[in-house]
Design a protein. Structure first.
Length: 78
């Protein structure tokens, strides 16, 4: 997958439930098979984002932490 297939969403500073709500809205513009990258600082996103992915039928292809930054890569399935 090339970087062009990724949409990066900067959600730094936003608290629950805003990161998931913004991700849901942004996912509408992502093509099937494309990746939405979430960059979050809210520690609760490690719980909220995987639940969001499971409920919407998409795939969580990567999850990592870099200091205070939580990065999630969601592949749109449908």
């Amino acid at each position: 997958m090339t970087p062009n297939d990724e949409t990066v969403l900067d959600l730094r500073g936003l608290k629950c439930p805003l990161p998931v709500l913004r991700a849901k809205k942004a996912m509408r513009a992502v093509a099937i098979g494309g990746t939405l990258v979430l960059e979050c600082t809210d520690p609760l996103t490690v719980i909220d984002v995987p639940h969001f992915v499971n409920q919407t039928g998409h795939a969580l292809s990567a999850q990592q932490r870099d200091g205070d930054l939580y990065i999630f890569k969601i592949v749109k399935q449908k």
